[in-house]
Design a protein around this ligand. Structure first.
Ligand SMILES: [Zn+2]
Length: 318
C-alpha cells in the first residue's frame, strides 16, 4: 500500500492508530495517521530503525497524542518502530532475522530478507509521496553522543532541509552525503528534503531527551506549515560541511582519549586499538580541527566498527 492509500478512509480533521503490514515480514509496524482539516504537505516521521536508540519512540507517541488534527494542514504518518523484532530482542542497530542495518541498504527490494522488505516499503511505497521525512536516532548502546542532526547535502533537498534545521535547537548541523540511509536516500537521490536527528545515547531513554525530541517533531511540523504558529531561527548552531567517521581496522581493545562534544586539534591522538598483549594495532589521529559528535567508549571492537566521529571546523587541504 502506498502512503496515500493509508489516508483514504480517514476523514479530514481526524487521526487513528494502526499496524502496518509488510508482505513477507511477520511483525507489524505500529503507526499513527493524522489527516488535517486543511490540505498541506505529506510528512513521514520514523524512528526505532536502530532498535537500541530509544528516545525517538516515546517522542513520536507523545507528539501523536499532542497533535490536534483539526489544526493540521496536510497529512502525517508516524511509524513508532521500524524494527519491532530488533526492539523486542534488544539488538543495537540491526534486524535480528538477517543482521542487516537498515540505514545502509536503501532503497533495497521487496523480495529479500525482512530488513530489505521494510526498507523497500519505505523507499518505494512511502517516500515517493512524501514532501518531508524526519527520522529519529540516538547514539547506540555502546556509543556516547552529543546532540546533532544530519541534513542531505546534495541537490535541491539540501537548502530546504537546512532551512528547517535552523529552527531546531541543535548545536551541530552536519551535512550527509549518505545514499543508503533513509534521509540520505530521500534527499540525495530522490530530492525530498528531510532531517535525521540524534539525541541521547548508551541505550538509555532519559525523559529530557524524549521531551526535546517531542519538541523537535512539533517544531519541524510548524516550520513546514503543517502545524500553525511562528518560529524563530536558532542562530547558535555550527554547520559542519564535512565529518570524519573513523572505524576500527582490526579486532581488539579500543581506548578512546576524548569525550563527546570535545574540541579536537589536527594531529591529536583520539584513541588507540590494542591487543591483549597491550601492543598498539591502530592509532586514530584527528585529520583536522573539529568537535567530537559521538564515540565508542570501549572496549571490544571489530573491523568496520565505529570508533569516533567528528565534524570538521576547517577545510582539509587535498
Ligand atoms: Zn541510529
Amino acid at each position: 500500500m502506498k502512503y496515500s492509500d493509508y489516508f483514504k478512509d480517514l476523514s479530514a480533521g481526524s487521526k487513528k492508530q494502526t499496524e502496518i503490514v509488510i508482505n513477507g515480514y511477520t511483525d507489524t509496524l505500529p503507526a499513527t495517521l493524522i489527516r488535517g482539516r486543511e490540505n498541506g504537505k505529506s510528512i513521514l516521521i520514523t524512528t526505532g530503525m536502530h532498535s537500541g536508540e530509544y528516545p525517538g519512540i516515546p517522542a513520536t507517541l507523545t507528539a501523536a497524542e499532542r497533535i490536534d488534527p483539526e489544526k493540521v494542514s496536510g497529512r502525517i504518518m508516524m511509524i513508532h518502530c521500524l524494527n519491532p523484532s530488533g526492539f523486542r530482542e534488544r539488538t543495537d542497530n540491526y534486524v535480528p532475522e538477517d543482521g542487516k542495518n537498515m540505514n545502509r541498504i536503501f532503497p533495497s527490494d521487496n523480495t529479500g530478507t525482512p530488513a530489505d522488505r521494510i526498507v523497500s516499503f519505505v523507499s518505494k511505497e512511502l517516500l515517493p509521496e512524501t514532501d518531508f521525512v524526519l527520522d529519529l536516532h540516538s547514539g547506540g548502546q555502546s556509543e556516547r553522543l552529543t546532540d546533532h542532526l544530519y541534513f542531505p547535502a546534495e541537490g535541491q533537498a539540501a537548502e530546504e532541509s537546512l532551512k528547517t534545521a535552523s529552527f531546531l535547537n541543535f548545536p551541530y548541523l552536519t551535512a550527509s552525503y549518505s545514499r543508503g540511509g533513509e534521509v540520505g536516500y530521500a534527499g540525495n537521490i530522490l530530492g525530498i528534503p528531510g532531517l535525521l536527528l540524534e539525541r541521547g545515547h548508551s541505550g538509555y531513554c532519559l525523559p529530557e531527551w524524549t521531551e526535546n525530541m517531542t519538541e523537535d517533531i512539533l517544531t519541524v511540523l510548524t516550520a513546514l506549515g503543517v502545524l500553525p504558529g511562528t518560529l524563530r531561527q536558532n542562530q547558535s548552531h555550527t554547520v559542519f560541511r564535512k565529518a570524519v567517521y573513523a572505524e576500527s581496522d582490526t579486532e581488539g581493545l579500543w581506548y578512546p582519549y576524548i569525550q563527546e562534544n570535545e574540541n579536537v586539534r589536527r594531529g591529536q591522538i583520539l584513541g588507540e586499538v590494542r591487543n591483549f598483549r597491550n601492543e598498539i594495532l591502530q592509532t586514530v589521529s584527528a585529520e583536522g580541527d573539529g568537535i567530537v559528535l559521538y564515540f565508542t567508549p570501549g572496549l571490544s571492537v571489530r573491523p568496520g566498527w565505529p570508533l569516533v566521529a567528528y565534524g570538521l571546523s576547517e577545510k582539509l587541504t587535498e
